[in-house]
Ligand binder design. Structure first.
Ligand SMILES: NC(=O)c1ccc[n+]([C@@H]2O[C@H](COP(=O)([O-])OP(=O)(O)OC[C@H]3O[C@@H](n4cnc5c(N)ncnc54)[C@H](OP(=O)(O)O)[C@@H]3O)[C@@H](O)[C@H]2O)c1
Length: 240
């Protein structure tokens, strides 16, 4: 992956951070997108000694102007983009009877609209580089259950966008991967546990690095093949 140009959203935390580090660890030049300069700075420090590089980009993905600005900067500074990883996302819980429409709008804006707009704005670059586009979806994007209806609806929508995009851009040499992780140790999952009143035991969950390994394995595959959908979940069997 030496020299691979990658843009990773959600890179300041959890899964996106692990993917950004894994890519940079393999020599990629990573643009790491998040809202908090401080946490992105920590990522840059953690990536100091890896073969690739990490450059922070502050962007609120729910702000259309900022998203378009991000795409323009990528165009002028990277002159191409080989890997785009959509890992940014938000999550809230509540029964349909009580969860507010504002909560739904917030999750839609973050998990669907932002991803759609960023993909659309970057498509010329992605086409030029015959890129890989990775959507970090969720097991909730395949099956819904009580109190996650809003989040699950956004992730089902994300699946639809990924599936449609794949059909539209495969012929241009772009591969599209959706990854559907189960519960993964991260601040997002810690807040889910809090909401559910469960003790948070991150060691029993998928690790962000596990998800990153799945993504890199798919990217590594020869370009005669495309991994379209991967489900990955915590392994209840634990350590060998
Ligand atoms: N953890 C799980 O159990 C799990 C399971 C399945 C799928 N997922 C999915 O995996 C992805 C990553 O989740 P995670 O668990 O790693 O969560 P996390 O640790 O809470 O990280 C979420 C990331 O999204 C970024 N983000 C959120 N809203 C943003 C916005 N408006 N603009 C820019 N960045 C924004 C955050 O950036 P800042 O902090 O800088 O704002 C942060 O880097 C999400 O799409 C989530 O739905 C998670």
């Amino acid at each position: 992956m030496t020299g691979t140009r990658a843009l990773v959203t959600g890179a300041s935390s959890g899964i996106g951070r692990a993917v950004a580090l894994a890519l940079a660890g393999r020599g990629a030049r990573v643009w790491a997108v998040g809202r908090k300069l401080e946490t992105l700075g920590e990522l840059e420090r953690d990536a100091r000694d890896v073969p690739g590089s990490v450059e922070s980009l502050v962007c609120d993905l729910t702000d259309d102007d900022q998203v378009r600005g991000l795409a323009t900067s990528a165009g002028s500074q990277l002159a191409g983009l080989d890997v785009l990883v959509h890992a940014a996302g938000v999550h809230s819980m509540g029964a349909i009877e009580s969860a507010s429409v504002d909560e739904l709008d917030w999750q839609y804006r973050s998990n669907v609209r932002a991803v759609y707009l960023l993909t659309q704005a970057l498509l010329p670059l992605l086409r030029a580089s015959r890129a890989d586009v990775v959507f970090v979806n969720s097991s909730a994007g395949l099956r819904s259950r009580a109190v996650v209806g809003q989040y699950s609806a956004t992730k089902h929508a994300l699946k639809a966008i990924a599936d449609t995009l794949r059909q539209e851009v495969n012929a241009s040499g772009i591969r599209v991967l959706s990854v559907y992780p189960g519960r993964t140790a991260s601040p997002l999952q810690e807040s889910v546990h809090r909401h559910e009143g469960l003790a948070y035991r991150p060691e029993l969950l998928l690790q962000p690095e596990d998800v990153a390994s799945v993504v890199l394995a798919a990217l590594d595959l020869s370009r005669t093949a495309e991994v379209t959908d991967v489900s990955v979940r915590p392994f209840v069997g634990g350590q060998r």
